[in-house]
Ligand binder design. Sequence first.
Ligand SMILES: Cc1cc2nc3c(=O)[nH]c(=O)nc-3n(C[C@H](O)[C@H](O)[C@H](O)COP(=O)(O)O)c2cc1C
Length: 210
Amino acid sequence: MRVLAFAASRRASSLNRRLIHLAAEIAGAKGADVDLAEFGEFEMPIYDGDVDHDSGLPRGALELKRRVIAADALIIATPEYNYSISGALKNAVDWVSRARPMPWRGKSLYLLSASPSAMGGIRGLWQTRIPFEGCGALVFPDMFALPHAHEAFDENGRLKDHALAERLEKELSGFVRLAEAYADVIAPPERRSAINKALEEQTDIQPAAE
Ligand SMILES: Cc1cc2nc3c(=O)[nH]c(=O)nc-3n(C[C@H](O)[C@H](O)[C@H](O)COP(=O)(O)O)c2cc1C
């Protein structure tokens, strides 16, 4: 089962990037084939209906669309901004939602957040569920918000707090199992062939593997 994973932050020392690296490693150990992306690969302007009408999705949105189609499931770590969803992530959801068939539909999604605050970004995750669920994604009931994230990782990128580490492992294990089962239920042969086609369509952003 293929999983697209990325952190919705471009900051060089992003805490969400650290968290997504850890989550991707755990998901891989649970049997997922993880495509770990950088949010910078999906650079796109603010949604503009005229641009959409005249020239369709911009390059970064096309690349995100292709990578979403090529995956059975998604894992996204995102900052909470002002008690809500990150504008950059919402913008990406909006652009990709303009493609048909709807790329987000039928994808399982596990959401995480990392923040230096005591809340860990959980309020933003509740807001982040909404557009994805509106677009037909199956958002995993458990979400992982990491508080005091600036001091939560050890030098190997693991969580220092054993209880939190155990919860992350358990939730990811459950998510991978659910996503595998859901992919089997929801992926008829046509979707499987769309996944394979998206995998073959290489762009200059992500050159073909040697
Ligand atoms: C515009 C803005 C708004 C923010 N709002 C919140 C917030 O509502 N809750 C919170 O926990 N942290 C908030 N933060 C702090 C972010 O959680 C923190 O900058 C975090 O490290 C960003 O994620 P990153 O490290 O992956 O880039 C905000 C930061 C910015 C720049």
